[in-house]
Ligand binder design. Structure first.
Ligand code: TPW
Ligand code: MG
Length: 540
């Protein structure tokens, strides 16, 4: 076995199911082995940001690592932003980069793609990954690969592996399989679980808020059981929107502070035992609270520790905690379930389309067809997605990078084989929409809902006076046709309904539904969200 094969088998052993990538000369030997060995499928894209976003979405959907493979320098640097996004939102992306070999290092010449030093690249990736290695010694490579992949899984964060181009074909042994279960102090775990149950049972209005860690660690089934046993209202964070989709739990919606449903916000902010399970304490999750949540009064289980009031249990992995709680609690009849009503029944008339109409149209479609997973970009499309039935969702809800929507939808389809809905604004589409051209090659057929308001509308909401927020009026439906899919343009509610019906019926290629919106129009959730952020900035 050579080093590249050892790496690929190792990735597979640690749960990787696919590789996304773009080669370059430093990575050509590595990509040759990827393609010819057929150990893992390889999907290539057009520009590296898409590689990173696709691997991120695949990792989120599998709750396991996925690979983004690039060439040294020009390729890897193009991927810094998506890897930073994955770091921030705790997605286990394995970055694999080709690298210069010994002969490149010894010529005394600058190596092409070199920025400052040959080590500049690993230095930069240190800031956005939780472990790194350069595989310059085949003798130690298997242990190093195992360590890095174990950390990727344990921390649920990106890692960095650089493969010098002259090491690819060197002989190498197998990557060992290390346990990814963390050691837990059984007594501490027991005490922690008892204390949580005690706090919740004594409270008058306990609430459970779930965040992305429950998906990252593959715990949704166990958390469903826990929610049923506790029988208390459950909400998700903004970032955690889409969690527990389709699971039979008393889920009441998504906490959005002053931007969200007033009753839900009141319930969360006035709870006397708010349990935050796997929740990231980000400004998008909590910054726009109506009333500041006193974190000292919450039960916070996240980042491998648990804090209750003024004390913490360290080294308390969420997986062990949920298991311990489930073992202590008994199943009961769920009484706290509520039926959340999302907007539906679009009137198919000649009126102009609003963002809420888009949610209505999708909800109507979901009543007649199966729920589909959604990949959303940043912009009003993401806030509109909150008005759609609780289906699985990938979106940059905290890091908020544009350009995520289209490539993450493609990664989602590659990873799951399921047809996704992609929701994207015209501005974000201009960044990575081009990647749809790769659908034909792999038989992907997403339904793309493109919010065309000829505008960076979300920015306009913050700063209405700036003319740079006006974007050109393009015909994106035509662009869809040119990229190998089918374009539909909808200017009225009737056309929206018809376009969606045509899109769902045609599975032969991707369907781009271009939805014409007036400049200056925002979903209610986004207007309240921007209002909340502005208020927060003014008061700080
Ligand atoms: C990579 C800053 C946040 S929202 C926005 C910008 C430029 C406008 C989005 O326009 P779009 O959607 O897609 O047409 P909509 O609904 O607002 O009209 N660069 C990156 N990420 C972010 N977040 C920005 C800039 C931004
Ligand atoms: Mg726009």
């Amino acid at each position: 076995m050579n080093l590249a094969e050892s790496l690929l088998h190792g990735l597979k052993k640690y749960g990787v199911e696919e590789i996304f990538g773009i080669p370059g000369d430093f990575a050509l030997p590595l990509f040759k082995v990827m393609e010819e060995s057929e150990i893992l499928p390889l999907y290539t894209f057009s520009h590296e940001p898409a590689v990173g976003f696709a691997a991120d979405a695949a990792a989120r959907f599998h709750s396991k690592p996925s690979v983004a493979a690039v060439t040294y320098g020009a390729g890897a640097f193009n991927m810094v932003n998506p890897v930073a996004a994955a770091y921030a939102e705790k997605s286990p992306v394995v970055v694999i980069s080709g690298g210069p070999g010994a002969s490149d290092r010894s010529t005394g010449l600058l190596v092409h793609h070199q920025a400052k030093q040959l080590s500049s690249q690993i230095q930069m990736f240190k800031e956005v990954t939780c472990d790194q290695v350069i595989l310059d010694d085949p003798a130690t490579a298997p242990e190093a690969i195992a360590r890095v992949l174990r950390n990727c899984i344990i921390e649920s964060r990106p890692v960095y592996i650089e493969v010098p181009r002259d090491k690819v074909f060197e002989a190498c042994s197998e990557v060992p399989v290390l346990s990814t279960d963390l050691e837990v102090d059984a007594e501490a775990l027991n005490a922690c679980a008892e204390e949580i149950i005690e706090r919740i049972s004594q409270a008058t209005s306990p609430v459970m808020m779930v965040g992305v860690e429950i998906r990252r660690y593959g715990l949704e089934e166990e958390v469903r059981e826990l929610c049923q046993k506790l029988d208390i209202p459950v909400v998700t964070t903004f970032m955690g929107r889409g969690l527990l989709a389709g699971q039979d739990v008393p889920l009441q919606g998504t906490y959005m502070g002053m931007a969200g449903d007033a009753d839900l916000t009141h319930m969360v902010e006035n709870s006397d035992a708010l349990m935050l399970l796997g929740v990231l304490l980000s400004d998008t999750n909590f910054g726009i609270s109506e009333k500041k949540i006193d974190l000292r009064k919450t039960i916070l289980a996240s980042d491998g520790q648990v804090s209750l009031g003024y004390h913490s249990y360290l080294k308390m992995p969420i997986k062990a905690l949920v298991k311990a709680l489930n073992e202590k609690l008994k199943m009961q009849n769920v009484t706290s379930a509520v039926q959340v009503e999302y907007p539906h029944n679009l009137s198919a008339d000649d009126e102009a389309i609003t963002p809420t109409d888009i949610a209505r149209a999708v909800n109507d479609m979901f009543k007649e067809n199966d729920l589909m997973p959604i990949a959303a970009d940043m912009g009003d499309c993401l806030f509109t997605a909150l008005d759609i039935e609780n289906t699985e969702l990938v979106a940059p809800g905290y890091y908020a990078t544009m350009g995520f929507g289209v490539p993450s939808g493609l990664g989602l389809q590659a990873a799951t084989g399921r047809r996704p809905i992609i929701m994207v604004g015209d501005g974000a589409f201009q960044m990575t929409g081009w990647e749809l051209l790769n659908c034909k090659r792999y038989g992907w057929n997403p339904i793309v809902l493109l919010f065309n308001n000829s505008s960076w509308e979300m920015l306009r909401a913050f700063q209405p006076e700036s003319k740079f927020n006006d974007l050109d009026e393009l015909n994106y439906a035509d662009i869809g046709n040119s990229l190998g899919g089918t374009g539909h343009r909808a200017s009225t509610r009737k056309e929206l309904k018809e376009s969606l019906q045509k899109a769902i019926a045609d599975e032969s290629s991707f369907q781009l539904v271009e939805i014409m919106l007036k400049r200056g129009q925002l979903s209610q959730t986004l207007s309240r969200f921007v209002g909340g952020i502005k208020k927060m900035r003014e008061s700080s």
